[in-house]
Design a protein around this ligand. Structure first.
Ligand code: GDP
Length: 296
C-alpha cells in the first residue's frame, strides 16, 4: 500500500468526489470522470477503453448510481491489469538470468540492488554483472549494492565490451552454481542503434551459454515521467524483447495510473514496483492489490 498515496489522492480521490458530487449518472459526470482518468496518467487509449466499459455498464444497468462506479471501475482496472501471464520466469535448472534495461536515472541500479536483496532474502545466491561499462560510476554503484546485499559482482574496466562482461558473468554464474544472475546494461537511448546492437550481442552471448536465457528482460521506467514512460517503453521494444516492466518512484508521484496504460496500451506486464529508495522498497506487482489500494 505504501507508495500509492499520491496516486490514490489524484485518481481515486477525485473519483470519490465525483461520486459524492453527483446525485445521478449524467453526461457531466462522465465528462469529469474521463478528464480525471486522463489527468491521472491512465493514458488516452486506456481512458477510452474504461469509458466505453462504463457506458456499457450504464446501458446494461450494472451502473445505476454514481456509487456503483467505485466497484465497477475497480473491477475493470483489475481486469486490464490481470490480462496475461505475469509471474517472473525462472530457469528450471542453472542460473536464472535477468537482463535489466532502461535510461539512466530511471532507477536501474537501485532496482538491481533491491532485486538482489529480494532474492537473497529468499535464500537464493545472487550475482550482479556490471555490463553498463559506459559509466565508471555505474560500475562502482553496482559494486556497493553487491557488498550491501551479499551478492558477487562481475566487473570489467570502464569502456570494455558489455557483451564480454555478460559472457564472463554467465560463465562464472554457471561454475559457481548461482541461482540468480542480474545484468545491468547501459541506458543510452539517444544512440538507439548502438543500444540495439549492444543488447542483441549481449542476448546472443547469454543465450549461447544458457539456452532460454535471458529468462526476463526487465525495463525500468520512472513513474514520475507519466506518459513519457510509455513513449520510452515503445522505443525500448525496438531494441529488445521486453518481458516485463519495473515501475520505479511510485512513492513520489500521483502518476501511478501509468501502470494501467503500460499494460493496456503496450501489453507489457508491470512485474515490480519501486516505492522508495531503500533496499526493501520493491514489491512484486499485484494487479488485484493495486486496484484495491486505489479504491480502498
Ligand atoms: P539509474 O541511473 O537508472 O541506475 O538510476 P539509479 O538507480 O541511480 O536511481 C536514480 C535515483 O532514483 C536515485 O537517487 C535513487 O535513489 C532513486 N530511486 C530509484 N528507485 C526509486 C524509488 O522507487 N523511489 C524513490 N523515491 N526513488 C528511487
Amino acid at each position: 500500500k505504501k507508495g500509492l498515496n499520491k496516486t490514490r489522492e489524484n485518481l481515486t480521490g477525485k473519483i470519490e468526489k465525483l461520486i459524492i458530487g453527483y446525485a445521478d449518472i449524467d453526461e457531466d459526470l462522465l465528462e469529469e470522470l474521463e478528464e480525471t482518468l486522463i489527468m491521472a496518467d491512465v493514458g488516452i487509449k486506456t481512458t477510452e477503453t474504461l469509458m466505453e466499459a462504463v457506458r456499457r455498464g450504464i446501458r446494461k444497468k450494472e451502473i445505476r448510481t454514481p456509487e456503483d462506479l467505485r466497484p465497477f471501475l475497480q473491477k475493470q482496472i483489475a481486469e486490464i491489469l490481470n490480462r496475461g501471464e505475469d509471474a517472473t520466469r525462472e530457469a528450471g535448472e542453472g542460473p536464472t538470468v535477468l537482463l535489466v534495461i532502461g535510461v539512466n536515472g530511471a532507477g536501474k541500479t537501485t532496482t538491481i540492488g533491491k532485486l538482489s536483496a529480494y532474492y537473497k532474502h529468499q535464500g537464493k545466491s545472487v550475482m550482479l554483472a556490471a555490463a553498463d561499462t559506459f559509466r565508471a560510476a555505474a560500475i562502482d554503484q553496482l559494486e556497493v549494492w553487491g557488498q550491501r546485499t551479499g551478492a558477487q559482482v562481475i566487473r570489467h574496466e570502464e569502456g570494455s565490451d558489455p557483451a564480454s562482461v555478460a559472457f564472463d558473468a554467465v560463465r562464472a554464474a554457471k561454475a559457481r552454481h548461482i541461482d540468480m544472475l542480474i545484468i545491468d546494461t547501459a541506458g543510452r537511448l539517444q544512440t538507439k542503434s548502438n543500444l540495439m546492437q549492444e543488447l542483441e550481442k549481449i542476448n546472443r552471448v547469454i543465450g549461447r551459454e544458457i539456452p532460454g536465457a535471458p529468462h526476463e528482460t526487465l525495463l525500468v521506467l520512472d513513474a514520475t515521467t507519466g506518459q513519457n514512460a510509455i513513449s520510452q517503453a515503445e522505443l525500448f521494444t525496438k531494441a529488445a524483447p521486453i518481458s516485463g516492466v519495473v515501475l520505479t518512484k511510485l512513492d513520489g508521484t500521483a502518476k501511478g495510473g501509468v501502470v494501467i496504460g503500460i499494460k493496456n496500451q503496450l501489453a507489457m506486464p508491470v512485474k515490480w514496483i519501486g516505492v522508495g529508495e531503500g533496499v526493501e522498497d520493491l514489491r512484486p506487482f499485484s494487479a488485484e492489490d493495486f486496484a484495491k489500494a486505489l479504491f480502498q
